[in-house]
Design a protein around this ligand. Structure first.
Ligand SMILES: C[S@@+](CC[C@H](N)C(=O)[O-])C[C@H]1O[C@@H](n2cnc3c(N)ncnc32)[C@H](O)[C@@H]1O
Ligand SMILES: [Zn+2]
Length: 275
């Protein structure tokens, strides 16, 4: 399924590595993932979410407060891919693999590939896979803008709060394949923002220029989450963009604020690859 990031030829797995016909070789790490990110011109240690963000997101997601989104995604995917035999799904920008692993469990007839540019994210995702002993999913370090998959090899691409690439998703999806993009609604995390900012604002809808796709479905998943401990509040804060944008004085307002109620809102958009 993977292609070589150097020359685009098929990668074949043998023992603990993937190799192409041009003898480019990529080791499978002891944790069980492969690094297919070309590092020329960039510092891989600084790519994507850092280990502290990955830990915070992982601890937060493990509380189950976003579990309704995992269930919803599984439902949307299984409806979108109804009738497709042994579908292949790519979770692009999968982070530490929470949703990828949940999807692999909920959709046993599918093959899932999670990719993320963050090495620590993928290392964590691989440990989730090991714990689950799931054999229908693989993880690789790679960029959403240079996916290590053949043209027309996937039936579905999922992007949850992650960068979106029209050209790469159009390339790897089969004609009629489905792209599911999850983004925040206007009121997502409003309770958290009301604590941080004197004048909290609503989120503006994300705009994607997905010219190779047709929007075929929009769903909203909205509920209120009760954060019971300061750690949950801190972890949630650390996995948002506000973490970087908020002054230390404002961030201090989160200390001792639990229990905290906050609105949660996910917009789930389904697109079909245009014929
Ligand atoms: C907000 S997180 C969402 C992670 C995961 N989908 C989730 O919802 O838990 C965004 C993710 O996109 C990843 N990312 C950023 N730029 C990327 C790129 N060019 N290619 C692949 N992943 C990227 C980050 O490393 C991070 O894990
Ligand atoms: Zn090669």
């Amino acid at each position: 399924m993977y292609i070589c990031p150097c020359c685009g030829e098929k990668l074949k797995q043998s023992d603990n590595s993937y190799t192409c016909r041009n003898r480019h070789s990529f080791d499978i790490s002891s944790k069980g993932y492969v690094n297919l990110l070309l590092t020329k011109g960039r510092n891989p240690a600084k790519a994507g979410d850092d280990p502290a963000m990955i830990r915070a997101r992982s601890d937060f997601l493990d509380t189950g407060l976003y579990s309704p989104l995992a269930d919803k995604l599984a439902g949307v995917l299984s409806k979108s891919l109804a009738g497709v035999k042994d579908p292949v799904i790519i979770d692009s920008g999968c982070g530490e693999g929470y949703y990828t692993v949940r999807l692999a469990g909920a959709l046993p007839g599918t093959r899932l590939f999670g990719i993320d540019i963050s090495k620590s994210g993928i290392a964590h995702a691989a440990s989730r896979k090991k714990a689950l002993r799931a054999d229908n999913l693989e993880f690789a370090v790679a960029s959403s803008f240079s996916l290590p998959f053949r043209k027309g090899s996937a039936d579905g691409v999922v992007s949850v709060f992650a960068p979106v690439s029209n050209d790469e998703y159009a390339r790897v999806l089969k004609l009629g394949g489905k792209l599911i993009v999850v983004s925040p609604t206007e009121r997502h995390l409003f309770g958290l923002k009301a604590l941080l900012y004197d004048e909290p604002y609503e989120n503006k809808p994300n705009r994607y220029s997905l010219r190779s796709f047709e929007l075929i479905g929009v769903e909203r998943l909205e509920y209120t989450a009760e954060l019971t401990t300061d750690k949950q509040v801190r972890d949630l804060f650390a996995m948002t963009p506000y973490y970087y944008k908020t002054s230390p004085e404002a961030a201090q307002r989160l200390e001792g604020c639990a229990p905290l109620s906050t609105e949660i809102g996910f917009l789930i958009q389904t697109y079909a690859r245009r014929l």
